[in-house]
Ligand binder design. Structure first.
Ligand code: ADP
Ligand code: MG
Length: 747
């Protein structure tokens, strides 16, 4: 099937379970023409490919790198659950098989090992056991050997290489002893069949436990997927029929009854109802919808039965875009994770060299039986240094962290945004619509020379018909409430950051801030100026109206502060952030708002085009800047900031543009994003540290540094257990992040 532009293909690659197998796959996919970003997620063994191409080409490319890819289409939670369950069971079967053979052999080995050079029962027994353990390795460890072989063919080495080499060497050495005991002195004739089997068993066990823990990490996505309705009742040829959601077309008329979910995005065509949109917007009160109002997929119809016309279906609905974005983000890697991958990639060949070096040292200067020591240390090093946990450390935490954020209505675009958000030092907040509700209302009209209020309001409203500014809406609403006529305007002009002008009923009208008056040399008498200052002190925005060059009125507009802005800013302070408010509004009004909500620094009267420069200036001071805006005239500043937060409502989110989108219109989302990103990065660092220490610190012990001191060598079985345990530790630690609660953090 042909994909559309910007489309995303998910490839499931089961054999890809280590950090080092991803490099050849990535390389192969990059060579496919038309491919954009490639994101590999080891935690889910999935590859996300962006761009236009055929499925078959992608599968072929992956096959070229030695792996089998399955195009993942069925993403229903049930199918995912079942696949995960199956995989878990298979790993557990492998574990059982390997341990059932390995453990009794180990116990037996404690008592009977020395192999005589004559063909005694014992020797025959070990020969038989060589066959049995070989069977176990093939049955339970097949995936490691195949993986290693594929890597070898692709001229690379992966974790599978280490496991295959380690266990393979143990087995080959043992069979050599059985077949040619004369080659080594009698005390050295110990076989390691059981070690090979037990190591394979333990590594399977580690992967099984990992798989179990993983299942719990993807709850956020499941919750979003569960919002999606499976069928829709479409009216076709006058009949209402249930069709699968995938078959709904744009323009279809759909019936929803009370208690049912909206299936696709649309516009109400008939009837009225109340719809619970809390899952998308966080708004707890159901919203009233009548003809012409938009409805969103995933929201819940509460009271009435309506017909609506589908406007966006399939992957285009807001819900589908949100799900896609969360999945992509969960599967993308922050820079810190990419670094870990590079290290893991170098690790494997390095470990192989260390193993060879250690074997050479033991063989040349070690005590007798040299051959045994050389082999055992090499096997132990190969097994203990397997960087499995290193590869898991980042993706597991990102998955949990991004999911946790999504549950709080915070959509983080990718791993990089997550990491940068954790480093923000200064948060720049736009005033209108961010700190305030963005729904200004006219609160006072002061007129000069006894002009009637209605007159000036009508003039202002006439002008504002041409403007899209929130302030314009306030003026128009006020005029509508008083049922005023708004005469037509000629020569309308909007002056960004200043106001509007035009000719109404042969009068030249100017409406806007003090700067606009100054530029047009309109005189403001002291009484009026006083009046306007008083308005501004109350956090209102005074706007001046001039008619034919004479000041005629001041109209004050109030934009209430969002209830929770104060609390949210407190949280940001508690997280050690410096808060800067940026606004085009006048200095006095801005300061009045700032003092109410607790802002550290105010930058007022900033022209729309200059907002970006303010961000740049903060960055030049060495600050990592987060910028929160409604995205209307803040887009350039949002783009320049280290992290741009778009404050929107989930139903009409511009989710593709911002680094972080807040589905709820509350500043608490910003604090949530900071806290969860910091917690996630902390978790990743713990994981990386733990994994690295495990792997790196294990090597000297495996190489036998303790031998000269206390005369013991690390048993290869212990190495296998340690390796399995390190992955489980990482996954468990990442899962701990699920217990993270918002608002409990401080810097
Ligand atoms: P912000 O995005 O912070 O609200 P703007 O740059 O859009 O700032 O506007 C700055 C100021 O310019 C407003 O506070 C207002 O005084 C004036 N202004 C801008 N547009 C209009 C308009 N359409 N009508 C009246 N005043 C306006
Ligand atoms: Mg604005």
């Amino acid at each position: 099937m042909k994909h559309e532009k910007d489309s995303l293909t998910v490839l499931k690659i089961d054999g890809m379970h280590c950090a080092s197998c991803q490099a050849p796959i990535e390389r192969a996919l990059k060579e496919v023409p038309g491919i954009g970003d490639i994101n590999i997620n080891l935690a889910d063994r999935e590859v996300y490919v962006e761009g236009i191409t055929d499925d078959e080409i992608l599968v072929a490319a992956v096959a070229g790198a030695g792996y089998e890819a399955i195009i993942d289409r069925d993403e229903s939670p049930e199918a995912v659950d079942k696949a995960n369950q199956d995989y878990y069971r298979q790993l557990m079967r492998n574990t059982t098989l390997a341990l059932v053979v390995g453990v009794p052999l180990m116990i037996f080995g404690f008592f009977e090992s020395g192999i005589d050079a004559t063909w005694t029962t014992l020797r025959w027994f070990w020969l038989a056991m060589a066959g049995v353990t070989l069977g176990v390795l093939v049955l339970a460890g097949r995936h490691f050997y195949i993986g290693a072989w594929q890597a070898f063919k692709a001229h690379s080495a992966t974790m599978d290489t280490l496991i295959a080499l380690g266990t393979g060497m143990a087995w080959l050495y043992s069979i050599t002893i059985v077949l040619f005991p004369e080659l080594v002195p009698e005390i050295a004739r110990h076989v390691y069949f059981e070690a090979a089997a037990i190591i394979i068993g333990l590594i399977n066990l580690g992967q099984a436990l990992e798989q179990k823990a993983r299942g719990r990490t993807s709850q956020a996505i499941r919750r979003l997927l569960d919002l999606q309705e499976k069928t829709a009742r479409v009216v076709r040829d006058g009949e209402e029929i249930d069709v699968p959601i995938g078959d709904v077309l744009e323009g279809d008329i759909i019936r929803v009854r009370p208690g049912e979910k909206i299936a696709v995005d649309g516009v109400v065509a008939e009837g009225q109802t109340n719809i619970d949109e809390s899952m998308l917007t966080g708004e707890p009160v159901p919203v009233k919808k009548t003809e012409g109002d938009e409805v969103s997929a995933g929201t819940l119809n509460k009271t009435g039965s309506i017909l609506y016309r589908a406007t966006r279906v399939g992957a285009d609905t807001a819900l589908a875009r949100i799900i896609k974005m969360v999945r992509q983000a969960q599967n993308s890697k922050p820079p810190i994770g990419k670094l870990a991958d590079i290290i893991a990639g170098i690790f494997v060949p390095a470990v192989m060299l260390i193993a060879i070096a250690s074997a050479l040292v033991w063989f040349n200067v070690g005590p007798e039986p040299r051959a045994v020591y050389a082999i055992i240390t090499a096997v132990t090093i190969l097994i203990i240094a397997c960087p499995c946990a290193l590869g898991l450390a980042t993706p597991m935490s990102v998955m949990v962290g991004v999911g946790k954020a999504a549950e709080a209505g915070v959509l983080i675009r990718n791993g990089e945004a997550l990491q940068t958000a954790s480093q923000i030092t200064t948060m720049v907040l736009d005033k209108t619509g961010t700190i305030t509700a963005g729904r200004p209302e006219v609160v006072e009209i002061y007129t000069i020379d006894g002009r009637p209020e209605a007159d000036v309001l009508a003039l202002a409203a006439s002008l504002e018909t041409g403007s899209e500014h929130p302030l314009a809406e306030a003026i128009i609403d006020a005029a509508k409430q008083r049922q005023l006529d708004t005469p037509p305007v000629e020569g309308f002009e909007a002056i960004a950051g200043h106001g509007v002008k035009g000719v109404v009923k042969a009068t030249e009208v100017l409406f806007g801030n003090q700067k606009l008056m100054q530029q047009a040399a309109v005189e403001i008498d002291p009484t009026s100026l006083n009046r306007s200052n008083e308005m501004a002190e109350k956090a209102w925005t005074p706007m001046f109206l001039a008619a034919n060059g004479q000041l005629a009125a001041i109209i004050a507009v109030a934009d209430p502060i969002k209830q929770d802005s104060i609390e949210a800013i407190k949280r940001m302070h508690a997280n050690g952030l410096k808060i800067v408010m940026l606004t085009g509004d006048n200095e006095r009004t801005a300061r009045a708002v700032a003092s109410q909500v607790g802002i550290d620094e105010v930058r007022a009267e900033v022209l729309p085009d200059d907002k970006k420069d303010q961000v740049a200036e903060l960055q030049a001071r060495g600050e990592k800047v987060g910028m929160v805006g409604d995205g209307i005239n803040d887009a350039p500043a949002l783009a320049l900031a280290n992290v741009g937060f778009a404050i929107g409502t989930g139903t009409d989110v511009a989710i593709e543009s911002a680094d972080i989108t807040l589905m709820r219109g509350s500043l608490h989302g910003v604090a949530d994003a900071i806290e969860v990103s910091r917690a996630t990065l902390r978790n990743i660092r713990q994981n990386l540290f733990g994994a690295f220490i495990y792997n790196a610190a294990g090597i000297p012990f495996a190489a036998g540094v303790l031998y000269p001191v206390i005369g013991v060598l690390l048993n290869p079985i212990i190495a296998g257990a340690a390796m399995a345990f390190s992955s489980v530790t990482v996954v468990t630690n990442a899962n701990r992040l699920r217990l993270f609660t918002f608002g409990k953090e401080s810097s």
